[in-house]
Design a binder for this molecule. Structure first.
Ligand code: G3I
Length: 360
């Protein structure tokens, strides 16, 4: 992989090989000490000013290329632990424009006991992203999984309504104005399109949808509010047609403030085209926008990643793509190497295939 040359204030340097390391003046021809000292003095202010540039591990940023095509971001999932390990932070900083907290903003992580909040990891991610102008997708307010045990015990409508509203006001309020998308509700449908059995649907029926979205809109009017689910990647699949499409159109007609539909995109090889077609079906609802929110493709051969990216490119309402992690071995399902960077943090053929598509 060609490491590129960049210019800062007329000085040239190559990643990991600062000009300062004398590429022009071979060390052996000058007594290093005196010459080195005077050069260090001469260059010190410049070096401290020059931003440190980590090795980007990829030829070009798919985020920059995707934005150049009029889309909003190409992002990835991460969290404090990953950002402080290996080359994740450098790769995300160089190649992705958005981050989703993989686990730190889930109810169980943030609010494991009533009245007690653990903000550390979520704050870390928000600060890391904000300092680097990375867009943030909030994930997720209301989900049956990784849900704090005390919430699962509630069986009173009014109490559960208050608890949902308080959670969204507390979490959404803390990060108000910093979160671009919120997954307000995650994975509420069964495969046949009916409501999934959860404490939310058991106690409140489908009214928890209005309760959650109204609370989110009231808490942070600047955030785009998403309903997110998986297996939304075959156009005629019941979860898509009878579940997401039929209900979202109904709820929008009732004035429930759903801005976007998120299709997670946890795919197997060969399913890329199915997702590309389903993006169009989801976009055909009355919703303002759609996004691919958790893309990973097991045993992919690049064509699937290209098909999904092209599918989003071709659908005006499809605004963004997020992959669910950086490198294969850190994936929640590492089998079949589902991501865009290998275990040595090198960009894989599927990453470069996306670059090629977006460079046309
Ligand atoms: O934090 C504990 C740690 O203290 C403990 O030592 C360790 C060993 O058990 O577990 C750690 O918790 C794990 C957590 O990830 C943080 O790493 C949980 O066991 C593990 O189940 C959890 O997995 C997450 C999974 O959601 C849980 O459902 C994955 O990282 C995360 O990628 C995955 O993401 C979901 C999306 O939120 C929603 N859509 C599907 C997607 C994949 O399942």
């Amino acid at each position: 992989m060609e490491s590129e040359t960049r210019y800062i204030g007329g000085w040239s340097f190559q990643p990991n090989r600062f000009f300062f390391s004398y590429p022009v003046i071979p060390a052996e021809s000058h007594p290093p000490s005196k010459m080195k000292a005077s050069l260090m003095l001469l260059l010190a202010p410049l070096v401290s000013a020059a931003p440190t540039v980590e090795h980007r591990q990829a030829s070009q940023s798919i985020d920059a290329l995707f934005k150049a095509k009029g889309k909003e971001f190409y992002g990835t999932a991460t969290d404090q632990g990953r950002l402080q390990a290996g080359r994740n932070a450098a790769i995300i900083e160089a190649n992705f424009g958005q981050v989703t907290p993989e686990n730190s903003m889930k109810w169980e992580s943030l609010n494991p006991r009533q009245g007690q909040y653990n903000w550390g990891q979520a704050d870390y991610l928000v600060n890391w992203a904000t300092e680097r102008n990375k867009t943030i997708r909030g994930h997720t307010f209301v989900w049956h999984s990784q849900l704090a045990g005390w919430v699962n015990q509630i069986n009173n409508r009014d109490q559960l309504t208050r608890v949902i509203q308080e959670h969204i006001r507390t979490v959404g309020g803390r990060y108000k104005g910093k979160i671009y998308h919120w997954d307000v509700i995650n994975e509420m449908f069964n495969e046949d399109g009916s409501l999934r059995n959860s404490v939310f649907s058991r106690v409140l029926g489908e009214s928890f949808v209005k309760i959650a979205f109204d609370a989110a809109r009231e808490t942070d009017p600047s955030a785009k509010l998403y309903i997110n689910d998986y297996n939304l990647d075959q156009p005629n699949y019941a979860k898509v047609t009878r579940g997401m499409v039929a209900n979202v159109n109904k709820w929008l007609s009732q004035g429930i403030p759903i801005d976007g539909i998120g299709t997670q995109g946890h795919l197997q090889s060969g399913q890329g085209n199915g997702l590309a077609q389903t993006i169009k079906v989801l976009a055909a609802t009355s919703v303002k926008e759609v996004a691919v929110t958790e893309l990973d493709i097991q045993n992919n051969n690049s064509n699937d990643y290209v098909a999904v990216t092209r599918g989003c490119l071709e659908e005006p309402k499809c605004r963004a793509i997020t992959v669910w992690g950086v490198r294969d071995q850190d994936s929640w399902r590492p089998q079949g190497n589902p991501l865009l960077f290998d275990s040595n943090y090198n960009a894989k053929a599927n990453y470069n295939a996306i670059v090629q598509l977006l460079s046309q």
